[in-house]
Write a protein that binds this ligand. Structure first.
Ligand SMILES: [Cu+2]
Length: 204
């Protein structure tokens, strides 16, 4: 499970595989899960990256990761720019610059203070929503934490590709979040062992 978790970050592709793998799939035997792969194209956009794609359904079991999900601050930039997490996840903010950073969120109503390189600050995200992360010292710094009430999600890479694996068979609503992009919702039926392909075009 940890390996899966690491791989997500290594590919800058936030796949809910680790979380999904920890769920007991009620409708299918182990190893018989399905998934969704696809691409997102942003019309008129500079990048197809950083779009959150999730599969929503009532009553999904949510299992936050045991370790915090990290957002680094390096070169006066939040890395990654967009992080998707399941409700109940703690996000750890690092500082790898030779100057102080601050983190606060208008929607979250928190201000984690100002701290130097080497220190960290943790924030628990226990309510679904989108939380902008800002730094009072560097006004150009911006990141987003998208908190979901589903374990099945991914964030697109620079080519717009996403992959959601380990999904229990069933019917879901595929839902997107992208900064300043219109939300798209589409019904998706997941069957065991047969990944579904979904290609989306998102506009403003
Ligand atoms: Cu800063």
């Amino acid at each position: 499970m940890n390996q899966d978790w690491e791989r997500r970050w290594g590919h800058n592709l936030l796949v809910g595989a680790a979380l999904a793998a920890s769920l007991a799939a009620p409708l299918a035997a182990a190893g018989a899960d399905g998934g969704v792969t696809g691409t997102v194209t942003v019309t008129g956009g500079r990048t197809n990256a950083d779009v959150v794609v999730s599969l929503v359904a009532p009553g999904l079991t949510l299992a936050p990761p045991p370790k915090p999900v990290e957002i680094d601050q390096q070169g006066l930039v939040f890395r990654p720019h967009v992080v998707a997490v399941v409700q109940g996840t703690t996000v750890r903010f690092l500082n790898n610059d030779q100057e102080d950073h601050n983190v606060y969120s208008p929607e979250g109503g928190y201000n984690l203070g100002t701290w130097p390189a080497g220190q960290v600050r943790d924030q628990l995200f226990d309510r679904p929503g989108t939380y902008t992360q800002l730094c009072r010292i560097h006004v150009d710094m911006e990141a987003f934490v998208v908190v979901l009430d589903t374990p099945y999600f991914a964030v697109t890479d620079s080519t717009g590709r996403f992959e959601i694996t380990g999904v229990a068979p069933g019917t879901y609503t595929l839902t997107t979040w992208g900064r300043r992009l219109k939300r798209v919702e589409r019904p998706v039926t997941i069957t065991a062992g047969a990944p579904v392909t979904v290609d989306l075009t998102l506009g403003r």
